[in-house]
Design a protein around this ligand. Sequence first.
Ligand code: ZN
Length: 103
Amino acid sequence: MKCVYLYHFAEQVIGQQRHYVGYTTNLPRRHAEHTNGQGAQIFKTAFNRKIGVSLVRVFPNGNKSLELFIKRGVEAHCPMCVMFAAAEFQLAEAESELADEEI
Ligand SMILES: [Zn+2]
């Protein structure tokens, strides 16, 4: 199956990078390589530093142009980052409501 896939790392691995977007025709083989620290430097570094990595999204029938599109705004396509951003927004709202009540 051709697909584009997205990995989210538990913390920043290289510089600011905490995602990997790729394209493959064999996701099971690629996943096995990546989770063993192979296939790209970011996986090797994460593997050696024991940083957790999760396959968080698969785009079936994706192609190279979709891969490039996802790479340009990866956080908006990552369900983990979208969830964290929503929680941080709700926390900020809750804090601002508390501040209003204290007035
Ligand atoms: Zn993410």
